[in-house]
Design a protein around this ligand. Structure first.
Ligand code: NAP
Length: 337
């Protein structure tokens, strides 16, 4: 018997732009009509959704590197789903694709913006995490921007999260001499050292970051892979060795914070002749083949560990996003539909 095809989808909408911490009342899960399938399009049933810190930025209308979500419209983001109907060459029903119409159960997707993935090679969730944009972000930051070298002392903030946990491990696999991570709980500190092989880790909630970093890296750091910003960034600038590199991956401590205080010690960048570098993974996709070869290889050899925190159900997608911002995830936060 042929599959009954959906004509509507349920999608999370942004109803009001949050100030500071978002409140659930600013969002709603609503039914929307699915458009008719045009040439080059796919009807996709989403199976997994990604919630990511950058989405908080899109809820505001401040100037950014990506368009803000529109008030009264569905939100979007990475998702992996199964093709139900294909109007596009090279795609057939049953194929799995990664695309950007997440925050909903069904979507009509332009095949040109979808990437076919093989569930036989890796679990589908890996394409949103370790083999997706989060893994790629960690890889690009270290390889292209930090230009990691044998023996480097590397400090990673947000180290138990999706990007951070991979950044620390990749640094080690690339020959870093000492890798230090900071995170927000005792359990996560333990995980960093015992499972991910960090040489040292600390809980940033237990005391000033500068003091804890000085203990973990008494000789200073060569590379800071920063996911957090704020106090972490100031502490790292204060700990730089000569010719160090700071890679600004993100600044999650500031996404909900209206009163941002900048680092007061920028002069130390000049003193140590160090550089601060920023990047957006989507502009560095030429590194993807190297990334898949190296990171895929380490995964296959069991040298790289990646964890996921999975919440169930489209109804719980917003909760999953809030939980991510509160640090309730270990590794990649995923919603399973
Ligand atoms: P994640 O680290 O898996 O999740 C966010 C984590 O942030 C939470 O688990 C929490 O962990 C931590 N956090 C929340 N509030 C904090 C605070 N006030 N101070 C310190 N830590 C806090 O998220 P992700 O997807 O891997 O993203 C990590 C960073 O990478 C983000 O800044 C994101 O914007 C950035 N990113 C950049 C690119 C790029 O192309 N440049 C691409 C993707 C992601 P704790 O329990 O440790 O507090």
């Amino acid at each position: 018997m042929s599959e009954q095809l959906p004509t509507t989808a349920r999608a999370w909408h942004l109803d009001t732009r949050p100030q500071g911490w978002p409140s659930p009342s600013g969002f709603s899960l609503r039914q929307v009509e699915l458009p008719a399938l045009g040439p080059g399009q796919l009807l996709v049933e989403n199976e997994y959704l990604s919630v990511d810190p950058y989405m908080r930025g899109r809820m505001s209308d401040k100037k950014s590197y990506i368009e803000p979500y529109e008030v009264g419209k569905p939100m979007d983001g990475p998702a992996v789903g199964r093709v139900l109907v294909s109007n596009a060459e090279g795609f057939v029903p049953g194929d799995y694709v990664v695309h950007v119409l997440g925050w909903r159960d069904y979507a009509v997707v332009d095949a040109a913006s979808a990437q076919k993935v093989d569930p036989g090679l890796a679990p589908l969730t890996a394409y949103l995490g370790v083999l997706g944009l989060t893994g790629l972000t960690a890889y690009i930051g270290l390889e292209r921007f930090a230009k990691i070298k044998e023996g480097d002392t590397v400090f990673v903030s947000g180290a138990a999260g999706a990007v951070g946990s991979l950044a620390g491990q990749i640094a080690k696999l690339k020959g870093a001499g000492r890798v230090i991570g900071s995170t927000g709980s005792t359990d996560k500190v333990k995980l960093l050292v015992e499972e991910y092989g960090f040489d040292a880790a600390f809980n940033y909630k237990n005391g000033p970051v500068a003091e804890q970093l000085a203990q973990a890296a008494p000789d200073g750091i060569d590379v800071f892979f920063d996911n957090v910003g704020g106090e972490h960034l100031e502490a790292a600038i204060g700990a730089l060795k000569l010719h160090a590199r700071i890679v600004l991956s993100g600044m999650v401590s500031q996404y909900n914070d209206e009163k941002v205080v900048g680092p007061r010690n920028l002069w130390n960048l000049s003193v140590t002749r160090s550089n601060v570098l920023t990047f957006m993974f989507s502009e560095e996709l030429d590194l993807q083949p190297d990334f898949i070869r190296e990171v895929g290889g380490w995964l296959a050899q069991g040298k790289l560990h990646s964890r996921e925190t999975v919440r169930e159900g489209l109804d719980n997608t917003l909760d999953a996003f809030f939980a991510l911002m509160r640090g309730e995830n270990v590794g990649k936060m995923i919603v399973k539909l």
